[in-house]
Design a protein around this ligand. Structure first.
Ligand code: PRX
Length: 631
């Protein structure tokens, strides 16, 4: 066994040989001709000339060796449903779904938008798309009609797959009215809508457009649908994520590079072996759900648990009961979930037999030391913080304990993962920072590794302009995260450099929230910032200049307007984006040239010093916010 340092060096210095070896972790119909084509930077083509299929590698490949082994374990603490699908059964379900999509005219390259709660059919739909070479675009079920509409508009799906409703904490959230409204708002109209009817909420059906999942898949239950052999560089999916502008970006991913990256990460980082069980508590609407609920574990021949519900219902032991019952070996969650559990009776951590668990992986937001310590003490298992992005598809910083066992340093997501040439650069000069403890922007030197986004869907220029920044001598990919490195090469992530906030591990754009709030008739101006929160990491806080200030001296009127504004966000973007508070001011702090002083607002809202204010137009604007924040 090599040391991780050697393994890592090889991935950079002997890149093609390294990745050619990793490529053997998956099946290829036709072997790749080239390993890494970086002739047109910053675009990278991995394993060009090779043909493969994600669904084949995730499902069909395992039929010969483990047909009756569990593949997908679906558990809903909301409805009480619990069902295990073996690889053979999963194969059958995915074929039926693929046949149903084909019957609706879906062909290779067509987009299929999936707007679904955490039900098994969502995974069937994703794998069915992968099978026939359709490009899926999963939209988080917690998003509402305006968020959904902008994604429909951009992805132009031929078919949308959805369900009558999701359920959260026992509360049914109807999806169909939100979907119908989103389609109404979008100038692009899907040809067909395929609806799973869970019997949770009534649905109005649009004749000629809407189809019933159960009926259509049943009709095609005897049709066999072979995997389409796709070029490695064909598109597997689009997943929208927030950035600086109000318009979400469609992160576009390939087929072959993604399959190799995930298979390699399962082995080297996530300690996954065929026949074992993986449990990621994320949602299929986020990148963690794509990579580590659906594709990664199945590629590795593992069973994967798909869980619908809260971590504390029926009680705070529900996840651990699943670990015991299904002998989970690797578990993946987010720091916020651990902080939620930390507020509950710690006896739940001791109630179940967790001896199967090799490690708990946490990602999506900064993992604070006390939380890491608490869960580490409680579980007595390694806690592996890992840092990455929708754009990367798999960990950028972590520990590769499958290569060499290393101990975590709490507060740090670890070391650069193989394939990533990570640097810290100065925010404005772009000069590389090498001294331990120097704070800089985390950047990646191209070529980006397999699994990394190919481009922004439909907009190569936006990919280049958004992410690739020229620093002295070269162009690098910006993660938009601040970081520092210690003397052992461990990184620490210190938050975003842009207007993205991270609420309970959910990545949200403050500009999107501002746009939504601005649509309220009584809002003249608004600034939304992320404010530190002990439970959720961050919460969104809005500062609004109302058009009509007359009534706002009255507390009841203020509360009413605050509630109305929150309702607008709920209806347009979804409750995930709802600000925790809406405060009213009569002006916002701006520079003399009219630029909003976001960092100053955020600092004051967090009770910190506002920093350099020499350019501020009117200091009373910040004073108002200070007064509002005073306890
Ligand atoms: O700011 C970083 C934060 O989440 C962002 C990416 O979010 P998303 O695209 O939703 O992908 C999540 C994939 C796990 C990053 O730019 N972030 C993610 N993981 C960590 C983190 N911040 C600190 N520590 C982490 N482990």
């Amino acid at each position: 066994m090599s040391t991780y340092a050697e393994f890592y060096r090889r991935s950079i210095d002997d890149r093609d040989a390294f990745w050619a070896e990793q490529a053997r972790l998956i099946d290829w119909k036709q072997a790749p001709r080239t390993i890494c084509d970086d002739s047109k930077p910053p675009f990278t083509r991995w394993f060009a000339g090779g043909t493969t299929n994600l669904c084949h590698n995730a499902v069909d490949r395992h039929l010969a060796t483990r047909p009756d082994q569990p593949a997908l374990i679906y558990v809903s603490s909301e409805t009480g449903a619990e069902r295990t699908y073996s690889f053979r059964q999963l194969h059958a379900e995915v074929q039926r779904a693929a046949a149903a999509l084909r019957s609706l005219g879906v062909q290779k390259g067509d987009r299929v938008l999936i707007y679904m709660p955490m039900i098994a059919e969502a995974a069937f739909a994703m794998l069915a798309c992968a099978r026939i070479g359709a490009i899926h675009s999963v939209v988080f079920g917690g998003f509402a009609s305006v968020s959904l509409a902008s994604r429909i508009e951009d992805a132009t799906p031929k078919v949308i797959v959805s369900a009558d409703a999701g359920s959260r904490g026992g509360k049914v959230v109807a999806y169909k009215p939100l979907l119908d409204e989103a389609i109404r708002l979008s100038s692009h109209k899907p040809q067909s809508v395929l609806m799973v009817d869970r019997g949770l909420a009534p649905m109005e059906s649009v004749a000629g457009r809407d189809h019933d999942w159960a009926a259509l898949t049943e009709k095609h239950s005897s049709v066999s649908v072979d995997c389409e052999w796709l070029d490695s560089t064909d598109i597997s999916y689009i997943l929208y994520t927030s950035g600086t502008t109000g318009k979400p970006k469609g992160v576009q991913r390939d087929v072959g590079g993604y399959a190799v990256a995930l298979a390699a990460s399962m082995k080297h980082i996530f300690l996954g072996e065929p026949g074992e069980t993986y449990f990621s508590t994320s949602d299929i609407g986020w990148v963690v759900g794509h990579s580590y609920i659906v594709y990664g574990p199945l590629l590795a021949g593992m069973a994967t648990i798909m869980y619908e519900g809260l971590p504390i219902r029926p009680d705070a032991g529900v996840w651990w009961s699943l670990v015991e019952k299904y002998k989970v070996t690797s578990m993946f969650s987010a720091p916020t979930a651990v902080r939620v559990l930390k507020k509950q009776d710690p006896a739940f951590l001791k109630k179940y037999d967790l001896s199967s668990l090799k490690a708990l992986f946490l990602a999506g937001e900064p993992l604070d030391e006390p939380t890491a310590q608490w869960i580490s003490d409680g579980l007595g298992r390694p806690i592996i913080d890992n840092y990455w992005q929708t754009e990367s598809g798999w960990p950028i910083l972590a520990l590769a304990n499958g290569v060499e066992m290393k101990t975590s340093k709490f507060g740090s997501p670890g070391l650069p993962m193989y394939g990533y040439d990570i640097k810290l650069v100065h925010e404005s000069t772009g000069k590389e920072l090498t001294a331990p403890g120097e704070k800089g922007v985390v950047v990646i030197e191209g070529p980006t590794p397999p699994g990394f986004m190919q481009t922004v869907w439909g907009d190569d220029q936006r990919y280049v302009d958004t992410y690739w920044h020229t620093v002295p001598g070269r162009t690098v990919y910006s993660t938009f995260d601040w970081g520092i490195k210690d003397k052992d090469g461990y990184f620490f992530i210190l938050g975003r450099t842009d207007d993205v906030i991270n609420v309970a591990g959910h990545r949200l754009g403050t500009r999107e929230i501002e746009e939504s709030i601005s649509s309220h008739p009584n809002v003249a101006e608004v600034a939304v910032v992320g404010v530190a929160d002990s439970l959720k990491g961050q919460v969104a806080m809005a500062f609004v200049v109302p058009r009509d200030t007359a009534g706002l001296t009255d507390t009841a009127a203020r509360l009413k307007l605050e509630g109305d504004i929150m309702k607008v966000v709920d209806e347009q973007l979804g409750a995930v984006a709802r600000p925790s508070r809406v405060h009213f001011v009569n002006l916002l702090p701006k520079t003399r040239s009219g630029k909003l002083l976001r960092r100053a607002i955020q600092a004051v809202a967090e009770g910190r010093d506002a920093g350099d204010l020499t350019t501020i137009e009117d200091p009373t604007a910040l004073q108002q916010i200070r007064d509002l924040m005073a306890p």
